[in-house]
Design a protein around this ligand. Structure first.
Ligand SMILES: NC(=O)N[C@H]1NC(=O)NC1=O
Ligand SMILES: [Zn+2]
Ligand SMILES: [Zn+2]
Length: 464
């Protein structure tokens, strides 16, 4: 009997692990059921013509802050996931902070899942937090299906009583012991609190509160010191470790060397460290403020070099939005403005535009950093991250010959500010499909805003 498909994507340049081939993709029951030429449609098959487009696995963005509960007026699952869908992302990981309560115990996780449920356009996983005082909660969180634990070495900022706090060394060490015993993974914001707090206080005291002063208050050594300390703890505890938003090639090299010694560690960077620089912070203002800060153009170039060498494990957005008054209010100094970049909708397009089109990197390398490698690192690869038979039909159509200038109206975020507006990009996401369901098209916008599902992670076994 002939196979019948609910969806066939025809004639696209399909980005498979390690190669690009002109193929049709047949989807059945939300899974990739056929990869071949001339797949035949039945009467009820939806046909999408992808001629001239790349067909990519959906991006897996392991680092977004969607701010619910309590800070949905900053961003929420609805608007945030709509933006991700429009940007070609089909699965994401929400961070345990910037909402309140932060996701540091089972009760808070429950609130988080309620906020997300039936409000996400695409699938998601949830991070739990490691903070001073919650060692006894880690096991419950692990059992409830968090993807891993997030900790900050430096002050995370944020508002509200009970907000997420950075770890002291003892909490970090004991937490890593515990997470290792649970078979989990720690994601770490690695900047030294001692260095950044002293330099920031000095700068503010002497009235040096501009963009470059902010960058100088969080120098590369703050990242390197925190990375080296955490690597030592990982070595001693056996805890799997993932460094979020690494901003310097030197830190990438340090992590790479640790990997070569046998440590189970990985490094992420974000499009903003690859696309923007200290100059952007000065020119664009706080809309381009983040921590670690944007660095020099020389540093940015070195980051591209280590990326091309395969030393960066994955790309994530660190979408950390806020209302415009915390960014655009001219009364705020650069130090006072919110630190966090709204960028999640643009990650895939930026990486293809700059990485593939401008810098000539292989499509397969860039795609792997966005999809396959995050899936593998975080135990999602039996479901997601590649275009392969039997996996979820999480697919993106990318027009690689577009020429469009990103406008604020194009953004699906709750607050439509981003350092990338006004940038002209050479590619555009034209459709996003999650488990075979068309979630977004460039013509219609987000057509399916709420069918995303939570993938609970069981470390001992693959995700459900
Ligand atoms: N609290 C929070 O989201 N902080 C994030 N923002 C940023 O720029 N870096 C971060 O870690
Ligand atoms: Zn961070
Ligand atoms: Zn973050």
């Amino acid at each position: 009997m002939e196979e019948s498909y609910e969806l066939i994507i025809k004639n696209g340049d399909v980005v498979l692990p390690g190669e690009v081939r002109k193929l049709d993709v047949g989807v059945k029951d939300g899974k990739i059921a056929a990869l071949g030429q001339g797949l035949r449609a039945a009467a009820d098959t939806t046909l999408i013509d992808a001629e001239g487009h790349y067909v990519l696995p959906g991006m897996i963005d392991m680092h977004v802050h969607f701010n619910e509960p309590a800070f949905g007026h900053w961003e929420g699952f609805r608007s945030g996931s709509a933006a991700l869908a429009a940007g070609g992302c089909t699965c994401y990981a929400d961070m345990p902070l910037n909402g309140n309560p932060p996701t540091v115990n089972q009760a808070a996780l429950q609130l988080k899942t309620e906020a997300a449920s039936r409000n996400s356009a695409v699938d998601y996983v949830l991070w739990g937090g490691l903070v001073p005082g919650n060692l006894e909660d880690l096991e419950d969180l692990a059992k409830a299906g968090v993807t891993g634990f997030k900790a900050f070495i430096s002050n995370p900022g944020g508002e509200g009583e009970g907000r997420f706090r950075e770890v002291d060394d003892e909490t970090l060490y004991l937490g890593m012991q515990k997470i290792a015993a649970l078979g989990g993974i720690l994601a770490l914001h690695a900047e030294s609190e001692d260095i950044t707090a002293v330099l920031s206080a000095d700068a503010v005291r002497s009235g040096k509160t501009g963009a470059r002063d902010f960058a100088a208050s969080r120098p590369a050594i703050a990242e390197l010191e925190a990375v080296s300390r955490a690597l030592l703890y990982s070595e001693r505890t056996g805890c799997r470790l993932h460094f979020v938003h690494i901003s310097t090639a030197a830190a990438i090299e340090m992590i790479h060397a640790a990997k070569q010694r046998g440590l189970d560690v990985t490094a992420e960077t974000c499009p903003h460290y690859l696309m923007l620089s200290e100059d952007s912070m000065e020119q664009l203002g706080p809309v381009a403020k983040c921590a670690p800060p944007l660095r020099s153009l020389e540093e940015q170039q070195k980051l591209w070099e280590v990326l091309a060498e395969g030393k960066i494990d994955l790309i994530a957005s660190d979408h950390s939005p806020c209302p415009p008054e915390l960014k655009l209010n001219p009364d705020l100094t650069f130090f006072e403005a919110w630190g966090g970049i709204s960028g999640a909708q643009s990650s895939l397009e930026l990486m293809f535009h700059e990485g593939v089109h401008v810098r000539g990197l292989p499509v397969t390398l860039v795609s792997a950093l966005l999809s396959e490698k995050p899936a593998r690192r975080f135990g999602l690869d039996h479901r997601k991250g590649s275009i392969a038979l039997g996996l979820d039909a999480d697919l993106v159509l990318l027009n690689p010959t577009a020429d469009y200038t990103l406008a604020a109206e194009d953004l699906f975020y709750r607050h439509k500010h981003s350092p990338y507006t006004g940038m002209t990009l050479s590619c555009k996401v034209t459709a996003t499909i999650c488990r075979g369901n068309v979630v977004y098209t460039a013509e219609q916008g987000v057509v399916s805003p709420d069918k995303g599902e939570w993938l609970q992670i069981n470390y001992a076994q693959p995700a459900l």
